[in-house]
Design a protein around this ligand. Sequence first.
Ligand code: 3HC
Ligand code: NAI
Length: 703
Amino acid sequence: MSNPVVSYEIIDSIGVITVNNPPVNALSQALRDGIQKAVTAAQSDASEALVLICAGRTFIAGADITEFGKPPMSPSLSDILVSIENSKKLIVAAIHGTALGGGFETSLACHYRCAIASAKVGLPEVKLGILPGAGGTQRVPRIAGVKAALELITTGNPISAAEAADMNLIDEIIEGDLKSGAIQYAKDLVDSGAPLKRIRDITINASSIEPGFFESYRKKLAQRARGQIAPDRIVSCVEAAVKLPMDQGLKLERDLFMECVQSSQSRAMRHVFFAEREAAKIKDLPANMPVRDIKRVAIIGGGTMGGGIAMCFANVGIPVTMLEINDEALERGLGIIRKNYSITVQKGKMTEAEMAERLTFINGTTQYKDLADVDLVIEAVFENPDIKAEVFGKLDAVCKPGAILASNTSYQNIDNIAAATKRPQDVLGMHFFSPANVMKLLEVVRGAKTSDDVLATAMQIGKKIGKVCALSRVCYGFIGNRMLGGYGRQAHMLLLDGASPAQIDAAAEEFGMAMGPIAMSDLAGLDVGYKARQAREAAGEKMDPRAHCIASALVEMGRLGQKSGAGYYKYDPQTRARVPDPEVDALIKAHAEKLGIKRREIGAEEIVARLMYPLINEGALILEEGIAQRPGDIDIVYVYGYAFPSAKGGPMFYADEVGLKNVYDAICKFRDQHGADIWKPAPLLERLAKEGSTFAAWGAAQE
Ligand code: 3HC
Ligand code: NAI
């Protein structure tokens, strides 16, 4: 047969169908067609059984996401799976790399599955706002059980071959070469007269599911789904797998898949998928830019951020040396790392042995001379320019030539930091988010003199430690924190204008933010902003009281937020639940009166607009100034650094969905109400709104 991406040969009486569609063997039309034809032809050739295997780095990693939303092209994946399942010759899937989504579903239609130990399988569709649409919701519960299936499909997280084998999803782990091992396995199955195992023929014992199980699962999911529809629809499909015959279950799955794939949520999440991969690319650098080898890392400062960053490297087996000012501070920093790992062990997410192994990668020092041999240093000392300059001067003196010197600063100018060294080409920002071992975002900050290979190395090491990277140029707060300024200011002004803390947080959380801005301030600590304002005022900056007067008053009352038991809210000492406080309501009223603000009822729609539009407006400025490379990069910063709902795609994608004219008109209205010093439409937003264009179209034109 001749097909560009699927080949067929008979080896040792076994028909081997090989898929080769780089980079990830996504199920394109040509691939589907090739498999279909190979399976059909094999029915009448000399083969005794078939093996489905992939060339390249992975088994089929899923449907081709670029085809979603386009007219369907036959054969459909479902058609192929019917042919595979109904084959009169036994078919074995041979898995390496990642069998994901439609790829894993293809393997589930085969009669047996074998895999090498390093392989992973999973159904990540929920992360794209959809559900497995090729039988995954029907076959996994039939073979692995309802609870395991729900866990696998609603989290979307892949599992190892060993875990999959424990769940009956994999029949055989192959040692050594996969192709010869799979052929041998197929022959053994034929020789032993193994049946054509069709998962569709399994019936789930409905009485094994306790009454009300699905309803309570739905409720539990709704709490963490932040308004997403796919998790709920997945439960419906799995419920159908228990209650309905296979074909009816498949029909429901198909209908709900179509509902999800056409939703704005899935459009947004697919945008995030591709934007994440784009953001890792630096526009003016070739993809194959040589990078520096990073074998040893040093972290300066073992506080909140330093400890978390050290864990990121230890987690992937890169040795880290943490430097602190004295033994006591060092012991405290190392102690926090140990405690963090212990919590993970207590939660059952890591074994004692794994924890012990990770800790062997972290050691401490108080001596700069111990850093002479490291390849990368990340500074995370106090946010003070003089201390940072002193640290970089010392690093310049001891670190070997070619070592990369990065700062985790939130706001300081990277070029000034670089100027404290004689090697500004080796200096850049690597801005992690708190908690650094958990949050996925890494802003890579390009100084005026940062060399290209240093940037490429930072992007690569970021990916290696599991971060999603986005590039920013130097400005106050870089992409993320710079945009946050207007968001926080509006939250505060909304209080003065009449909304309560609980109303503001509820509106933001209903929108999909993980936590509303007021609760977030309480969590971060109101004293942090207070101190920053004091420093700015001391430097002569005049601040608008509308942006901070209540926050400042709370700090002066000793209400620093969660850490002091009260801030905007009071906190239940046991559950940490937020409790609205009439004392704060009175404080807000008093300040509004003092400022001559007439308070009024404010609806959720206005709250959301006033919180989100400053992000969009600042984002437009950031694009125009070239601080961010693309609108999608800004979305990535917000989704992964600030828990912006991925189902809304990030602030710039959301702006396009709302319509730039609508955003622009609303900003003009707010400007007329609150003043041009607070609301000033960005020129790029104004231009695109007037042209009827979008950020996406503008971004594409810049590529
Ligand atoms: N469709 C189209 N393109 C895809 C793709 C897919 N399913 N998966 C990856 N790609 C592209 C990426 O966009 C990237 O393109 P680029 O080089 O132009 O930027 C390239 O393939 C390589 O991808 P990564 O950079 O992500 O490569 P990694 O090696 O880091 O990761 C991976 C490989 C784990 C397979 C990762 O790409 C991945 O998670 N892919 C998506 C898997 C997925 O979501 N599958 C389910 C799809 S939905 C489905 O199957 C529906 C079904 O139920 C009907
Ligand atoms: P922190 O106060 O928790 O820790 C700072 C640590 O640096 C302390 O342990 C201190 O002993 C140590 N240190 C101070 N001077 C030092 C020196 N000269 N040499 C070695 N160690 C020294 O501070 P945090 O929160 O970890 O912040 C560190 C940096 O990370 C700051 O630049 C901050 O802006 C930035 N950052 C902070 C985030 C956060 O949420 N806390 C988020 C992202 C960046």
